[in-house]
Design a protein around this ligand. Structure first.
Ligand code: UT7
Length: 347
């Protein structure tokens, strides 16, 4: 099928992954520094999570600027101009603006032709956004999309709660995708799940407020409570449901685990990465990890890891990547992708 046929509305174009980019806050916070604030230690955090440090946005560093920088790097990597983009989809749970951060990111990139909107699915957000953007390309409605994962959970943790504050960091990363001939399809399959019944184990809930407004009416002031998490329940969910979903995806696509070059999982805990790889029968050294440096950057972890591994030459053109995101909702999703973009070309 030609791109002409795609334009005329025929379905089933392929989706090619063409470029990646990332941007991180300049401020880095070590485990030792955190132990000056809460009752924790470098030893506890490293042995229970694998995290050594995380990046935190400081004064005057808005998340939308980070997201735009990641987006610019991804389209430069793909060799595209900003005005060739049709869509800027930003996965985030911590936007600078509750009305949506994506238009500001679109403006920061200069993608004037693109429609831009946010998608919220917590730590599954990037994967859900990638699959969503891919549908516009498959259907022929759009040709080029930028999928950004960006989060600033440092604004929403309770920095005095040692059970959560040590886990998260801030970051942004993006992937540039475009419609291609079906034979070159790089999104080989996907699966997505939600289970609101288990949602209470990980929430960033709206604060319950109740104030008098006028005679006979009341209103609820806006605001959110800090992240609340039952770590053990989230852990159990991740090590049971994520490998099960990946296994289904591998079976459905007729893919042998041995042919997966890399596992690119949401970076939440090194023990989770190892357990998922082991349950799938994939050597743990193929489960990519950069947790030690960045902690859990929520919607940014998967593209951040992809970008790092593409640029340092581990992921090469033609490599098969099994990816999975999981987190609040509960939500979880998996995708099987073939990288087709360039390697380490100057951004
Ligand atoms: O995107 C998804 C986001 N979330 C996750 O993926 C989280 C998944 N869960 C986890 O990664 C782990 O459950 C945690 C890392 C959060 C916790 O590890 P754990 O091995 O499940 O520890 P725990 O909650 O069972 O706590 C063990 C002990 C407790 O002390 P007591 O009650 O045994 O005296 C905690 O109070 O460790 C204590 N503890 C800490 N100690 C030092 C909890 N956090 C800390 C800390 N420093 N930061």
């Amino acid at each position: 099928m030609s791109l002409g046929a795609i334009k005329s509305g025929l379905p089933l174009a392929g989706v090619a992954l063409r470029g990646c980019g990332s941007a991180l806050p300049s401020q880095s916070l070590s485990n030792d520094q955190l132990s000056g604030r809460v009752d924790t230690s470098d030893e506890w955090i490293r042995s229970r999570t694998g995290i050594r440090r995380r990046r935190v946005l400081g004064a005057g560093e808005p998340l939308q600027g980070l997201a735009a920088a990641a987006g610019r790097a991804a389209i430069a990597h793909a060799g595209w101009s900003a005005d060739s983009l049709d869509l800027v989809l930003v996965a985030t749970s911590s936007p600078d603006d509750l009305f949506g951060m994506a238009p500001a990111v679109q403006a920061g990139i200069g993608a004037d032709r693109a429609v831009a909107f946010d998608l919220t699915a917590a730590c599954s957000g990037f994967l859900f956004a990638l699959v969503t953007a891919a549908q516009y390309l498959r259907s022929g409605a759009m040709r080029r999309a930028l999928v950004v994962g960006a989060d600033q959970l440092s604004s929403w943790v309770d920095w005095d709660d040692r059970r959560t504050c040590v886990l998260f960091g801030d970051g942004a990363a993006a992937i540039a995708i475009e419609a291609c001939e079906p034979e070159q399809d790089g999104l080989c399959g996907f699966r997505m799940r939600s289970d609101g019944r288990r949602g209470a184990v990980l929430q960033l809930p709206r604060q319950s407020g109740d104030e008098p407004l006028v005679a006979g009416a009341r209103w609820q002031p806006g605001g959110f409570s800090p992240i609340h998490m039952n770590g053990q329940e989230v852990y159990k969910f991740a090590v049971r449901d994520v490998p099960a979903l990946l296994r289904e995806l591998l079976e459905e696509t007729g893919t042998d685990a041995a042919s997966v070059d890399w596992l690119v999982l949401h970076q939440a805990n090194q023990r989770i990465l190892d357990a998922v790889a082991e349950r799938l029968g994939i050597p743990t050294d193929r489960a990519l990890s950069n947790l030690a440096e960045y902690g859990n950057t929520s919607a940014a972890t998967i593209p951040l890891m992809l970008d790092e591994a593409v640029r340092d030459g581990r992921i090469r053109s033609g490599h098969l990547i099994a990816s999975a995101g999981f987190g609040a909702g509960l939500s979880w999703g998996a995708a099987l992708m073939r990288w087709q973009g360039p390697g380490n070309v100057p951004a």
